[in-house]
Design a protein around this ligand. Structure first.
Ligand SMILES: *[C@@H]1O[C@H](CO)[C@@H](O)[C@H](O)[C@H]1NC(C)=O
Ligand SMILES: *[C@@H]1O[C@H](CO)[C@@H](O)[C@H](O)[C@H]1NC(C)=O
Ligand SMILES: *[C@@H]1O[C@H](CO)[C@@H](O)[C@H](O)[C@H]1NC(C)=O
Ligand SMILES: *[C@@H]1O[C@H](CO)[C@@H](O)[C@H](O)[C@H]1NC(C)=O
Ligand SMILES: *[C@@H]1O[C@H](CO)[C@@H](O)[C@H](O)[C@H]1NC(C)=O
Ligand SMILES: *[C@@H]1O[C@H](CO)[C@@H](O)[C@H](O)[C@H]1NC(C)=O
Ligand SMILES: *[C@@H]1O[C@H](CO)[C@@H](O)[C@H](O)[C@H]1NC(C)=O
Ligand SMILES: *[C@@H]1O[C@H](CO)[C@@H](O)[C@H](O)[C@H]1NC(C)=O
Ligand SMILES: *[C@@H]1O[C@H](CO)[C@@H](O)[C@H](O)[C@H]1NC(C)=O
Ligand SMILES: *[C@@H]1O[C@H](CO)[C@@H](O)[C@H](O)[C@H]1NC(C)=O
Ligand SMILES: *[C@@H]1O[C@H](CO)[C@@H](O)[C@H](O)[C@H]1NC(C)=O
Ligand SMILES: *[C@@H]1O[C@H](CO)[C@@H](O)[C@H](O)[C@H]1NC(C)=O
Length: 808
């Protein structure tokens, strides 16, 4: 194989001559000289295969300097051989030349955070002195070379986030000093080799997010130094082996596999130092082992979305260090009183930040002792259980709560007034319960509230005017209650951020003449099945993002406002069963996304347009309007009297024809452009991310600022890589603040729309508040790709898993 071109050979020859002269003057030992020569040749071969040196680092690899002074190269002082190669974060593409195997004095190799392709050369097996090999975050494919196990001094292999395929070589088990093995986020297949149990020094085993199958080998139980075991998001099956010597293990992440069977009953004794267990999204069954409560170091316990049954151990409160307890999505509970008694013991968990018990079969009353829960509790998810009784007044003690979910239970009575103390609350979900009484006006104290769901209860009385103080509301659902009275004029004026508003199926009266001009972000608006009267508010025409408008049933009269024509995002309108009169505004046929329009049972008259939504008889419905005419032939309405007969028989001059053709052409180009533009606009809207959820207007950071603060997301600052992206440490110099920047990997998650949906789904069951979020950044990176990042306060001792676990 020809590696060098003729020209390169010339240049290299020149280098060798110059270099030899340089070396002779300083160091006459010829043996060293030859090895040195080889090192330079090897470096030049490496350079040859690398492209896209946008940082200009490789241009310094030239004859003006001794290769030991080339950027990224470090030599041993005595023998002048290359001992370290640091090429991290240089956006380099191309391949790793097999010549790397000739740099036999190498101890450290770091090619992380580049765009390298191709496979890892087998020749790395020649590097007997190699201690550290990082190729993280590249586009490498091919298999892990068997020969790697010859590097008997290797202490860390970091191949995370590439496209590496094939099986994990069994021979890796022969290594002696293997302390950290990072193979996560690749395409590895096959099983976890039992031989890995032979690497007695292994501290970190990171295999998550691959395609590994088979069982967890019990030989791993011999790894008495193992501290971190990440095997989540694979296709592993079988049971969690009852290992006996996992005394060093701190983190066990086996979530999102196909593990089955029971958890070993003695887990509390065989894993005595565990800080975190993630085994959510498996097929585990049986009871939660009582011995769990003996792992006093446990901080994170997540067994969500499995098939666990039986009761929750009543002594969970012994786990004084718990930060997160998530048992959501199982079959826990007997449906008899006592199911919730474990909650009382949790008052002893004074650091608890997140509690998720939703989607289970837990029956009973929420104990008053909830008032004594950790003051740090930020997230409380209890919905979809058989909870009865009331919401305890003491809930108002939990002043740091920002997410409270109790929907789909049998909770009755009123919402305690003390809810107004929860001034950090951002999401309050109490839908589908038996709650009654008035909505307490103290709810107006919740100025950070962004989601409020009180739907499908028995709330009565008027809507409290204090609600207008909740100016951060994005989603308000009061549907299907008995709320009456009129909507105060000032109310909607306050809701500048509102995206979703549902007041349907209540007993509202009066006109809807509220000030809607500020609701510029409204996307869905439902007010149907109420007792409104009066006209459809004209100011609705300023909610330009509106897609869905439901105003049917016995409420409105007057005409359909012309201003609808400006609501270009509209997709679905239902104005049926009202008393609307006048004509159908022809502008409606120009709404490009409108696919459903229901105007049935009104008093509309005049001509039905023929284009847009009116072109398709299935999308448009008009029954019960007595005086309509025209429209497409399929709907069989009478012809309109006023329809002008077509001008006939006029001979057009060629000049006129040309003018007409040109106008039509120009017109259609314009239409195409307009449609394209609005489609893009829509697509962008689809990627909407409720940034106000994180950023309370305090700090806005651009892509550039984040790039700078993390030194170009340098891998030296990399805290970890999670399923949603990578986390880097950074410094906000102006604010003198250490931060962790989590860059969301949008590509891995397909369309951004599904990304948001995924976040929302996860949010239901997972906690999100281990960390303080400072702000979010949503922008376009320098490659023109969409870029989204979350900026957290940096936690000095926090494992990256905690950032990983923040799922918005
Ligand atoms: C590597 O070293 C061998 C001899 O040890 C030599 O034959 C080969 O050309 C070298 N390759 C490069 C790319 O330097
Ligand atoms: C050689 O490297 C030096 C130092 O980095 C650089 O200043 C110089 O421009 C390079 N010369 C060539 C010909 O690229
Ligand atoms: C892996 O391969 C797929 C398909 O070729 C590609 O889309 C993806 O970007 C690659 N990932 C990495 C990390 O190289
Ligand atoms: C572990 O090492 C021993 C020798 O030290 C060997 O006999 C055994 O086969 C190895 N186990 C595995 C699973 O490779
Ligand atoms: C567990 O470790 C202890 C020492 O830490 C050792 O004496 C014992 O043999 C080990 N047990 C097993 C089953 O490996
Ligand atoms: C486990 O905890 C219980 C109390 O919850 C205690 O009685 C028992 O001795 C503990 N067992 C061990 C092995 O520590
Ligand atoms: C909390 O811990 C104390 C001391 O161990 C114990 O006496 C008390 O019963 C515990 N409280 C609950 C509610 O479990
Ligand atoms: C909360 O704890 C205090 C002191 O431990 C106790 O007096 C009080 O009764 C507890 N409150 C509830 C509602 O359990
Ligand atoms: C509302 O908040 C204030 C503090 O800002 C507090 O004093 C008041 O008690 C709260 N009102 C209600 C009804 O919770
Ligand atoms: C609203 O309903 C309550 C009973 O739930 C009734 O007392 C009140 O008069 C009603 N108000 C209006 C304006 O209809
Ligand atoms: C509908 O409006 C007409 C006048 O526009 C009025 O006479 C009629 O009573 C209204 N019908 C209903 C059901 O409100
Ligand atoms: C008409 O509308 C229906 C339902 O909205 C849709 O399934 C159908 O494809 C449409 N037909 C045409 C020709 O656009």
């Amino acid at each position: 194989m020809e590696i060098f071109s003729l020209k390169n050979q010339w240049i290299n020859l020149l280098f060798i001559i110059i270099f030899t002269l340089l070396s002779i003057s300083s160091k006459p030992a010829t043996l060293a000289l030859r090895s040195n020569e080889n090192d330079m040749l090897a470096l030049l071969s490496l350079k040859d295969q690398l492209v896209g040196d946008s940082h200009g680092v490789l241009t310094s690899w030239n004859a003006s300097f001794h290769f030991c002074q080339w950027q990224g190269v470090q030599c041993g002082r005595r023998h002048q051989r290359v001992v370290s190669l640091n090429m991290s974060g240089l956006s380099l593409a191309g391949f790793i030349s097999p010549a790397i195997g000739n740099l036999t004095f190498l101890r450290e190799v770091d090619f992380s955070y580049n765009k390298l392709q191709g496979s890892i050369p087998r020749e790395v097996g020649h590097l007997k002195r190699l201690v550290y090999l990082s190729l993280e975050l590249n586009h490498l494919n091919g298999e892990i070379p068997e020969e790697l196990s010859n590097c008997s001094n290797l202490q860390e292999i970091a191949f995370t986030a590439n496209n590496i395929t094939g099986e994990i070589p069994v021979s890796l088990g022969n290594m002696k000093n293997h302390i950290k093995l990072h193979l996560a986020y690749n395409l590895l297949i096959g099983g976890i080799p039992a031989s890995l149990g032979n690497i007695s020094t292994l501290k970190v085993l990171s295999l998550q997010h691959n395609k590994l199958k088979g069982t967890i080998p019990s030989s791993l139980g011999k790894l008495s130094n193992l501290e971190h075991m990440y095997i989540g998001k694979n296709k592993l099956s079988g049971s969690v082996p009852p290992v006996h010597n996992f005394s060093s293990l701190l983190v066990l992440d086996a979530a999102e596999n196909q593990l089955s069977g029971n958890l070993p009953p003695e887990i509390g004794y065989t894993f005595p130092n565990l800080e975190a267990i993630f085994i959510g999204l498996n097929q585990l069954t049986g009871e939660i082992p009582r011995s769990i409560s003996n792992i006093s170091s446990l901080e994170l316990f997540d067994i969500s979305l499995n098939g666990f049954t039986g009761s929750v151990p009543e002594n969970m409160g012994n786990l004084r260090n718990l930060l997160v307890l998530t048992i959501s999505g199982n079959y826990l509970g007997s449906g008899k009183p006592g199911d919730l008694s474990f909650l009382s013991s949790l008052s002893n968990c004074s650091r608890l930040q997140s509690l998720g018990i939703n989607y289970n079969h837990l029956y009973g009353v929420i104990p008053d002792s909830i008032a004594n829960f950790s003051i740090w509790l930020e997230e409380l998810l209890m919905g979809d259980n058989q909870i009865i009784g009331r919401i305890p007044h003491g809930i108002g003690n939990l002043i740091n709560l920002d997410f409270m979910e109790m929907k789909g239970t049998f909770i009755a009575g009123e919402i305690p007034i003390s809810i107004g103390n929860l001034q950090n609350l951002e999401g309050l979900y109490l839908g589908f319960n038996h709650l009654s009484g008035k909505i307490p006006s103290s709810i107006g104290n919740l100025s950070r509230l962004s989601d409020l769901d009180l739907s499908n209860n028995n709330f009565a009385g008027a809507i409290p005017l204090s609600l207008k103080q909740c100016t951060n509301l994005q989603k308000l659902d009061l549907s299907t209650n008995n709320i009456n009275g009129s909507i105060p004029y000032q109310l909607f004026g306050a809701f500048e951020r509102l995206i979703y508003l549902n007041l349907s199926h209540n007993s509202f009266t009066g006109s809807l003449l509220s000030d809607m001009r500020n609701m510029k972000n409204l996307v869905e608006f439902y007010v149907h099945n109420n007792n409104f009267h009066g006209e459809i508010p004209m100011t609705l025409g300023e909610s330009l993002e509106l897609t869905t408008l439901f105003m049917q049933k016995k409420s409105f009269h007057g005409t359909i406002p012309q201003s609808f024509a400006s609501l270009r995002s509209l997709e679905n309108i239902d104005l049926s069963n009202n008393n609307l009169s006048g004509t159908i505004p022809p502008e409606l046929q120009k709404l490009p996304f409108l696919v459903r329009l229901n105007l049935s049972f009104n008093q509309l008259e005049g001509e039905v347009p023929k284009k847009g939504v009116f072109k398709n008889a299935t999308g448009f419905s008009f029954f019960g309007n007595k005086n309509l005419c025209g429209g497409i032939p399929k709907i069989q309405l009478p012809k309109c009297f006023s329809e002008k007969p077509k001008e006939k028989g006029k001979v057009l001059s060629t000049k006129t024809i040309i003018v007409i053709i040109i106008s039509i052409l120009l017109g259609s180009i314009l239409v195409v452009l307009l449609v394209y533009h609005s489609l893009r606009h829509k697509a962008r809207r689809g990627t909407f991310m409720p940034s106000s959820l994180f950023d309370n207007g305090c700090l806005r950071l651009s892509y550039k600022e984040l790039l700078e603060c993390t030194h170009g997301f340098a891998s030296s600052n990399l805290i970890g890589i999670g399923s949603f992206g990578s986390v880097n440490k950074g410094v906000l110099y102006q604010h003198e603040k250490l931060v962790a920047v989590k860059v969301l990997n949008l590509r891995n998650h397909g369309a951004a729309r599904s990304f948001i949906a995924e976040c929302k789904a996860l949010r239901k069951i997972r906690h999100r508040n281990l960390l303080k979020i400072i702000t979010s950044c949503s922008s376009i990176d320098y490659q023109g790709n969409e870029f989204k990042a979350l900026v957290f306060e940096f936690m000095p001792n926090g494992s990256y898993l905690k950032y990983e676990y923040y799922t918005i």
